[in-house]
Design a protein around this ligand. Sequence first.
Ligand code: GAR
Length: 201
Amino acid sequence: MPDGSGKFKLGVLGSGSGSNMQAILDAIEEGSLNAEIVLVLSDNPDAYILERAKKSGIPAEIIDCQGYKTRFPDDSQKLIAEKLKDHGVDIVCLAGFMRLVKQPMLDVFPDRILNIHPSLLPAYPGLMAWQQAVEDGAQESGCTVHYVDAGMDTGPVILQARVPVLPHDTADSLHARIQEQEHQLYPEAIKLVWKKLSHTQ
Ligand code: GAR
């Protein structure tokens, strides 16, 4: 819950570089997002997102997935949900988190878990969406922030941004341009969700 400053609390889960988490932090620092990131969690001990968190003085921990390469075991989800609750988290942001979140977390944070995905969902769900778009010969792609449900990239859309696929785009060049849009979109979507939640609390 928000403290006296009115700031609401975010928990971020990521598996990679964490540029989206950085964009959220930048929006907070610029004063355009009245929130704070109170906990960063990663299933990948080498993920740069953990470094970013440490540099910003944010508690960061590794998620123990019990040796599973891609699964997010129920027990691990329960533990993570408790941790996030203990830190007073209002909204959970998946930012490049590569495991499927299911009921154990959804039950604790109903309509409070968001994900950013690098395509105009429902097009190209799953991994490497930018590569799927290039291989498919798409003329347009983009990014989506959506609520997380028990499916893979299937939850209700909150905001989307369009990005043209240019004739000479490679998977990497398209992903780089999509990421520029992601970094604008995620803070905006968080703001919208918090506004909605504060009106219904
Ligand atoms: C982002 O492009 C995000 O949309 C994507 O991973 C990247 C993470 O970048 N997520 C997915 O593909 C989820 N299915 P980041 O670690 O620099 O934020």
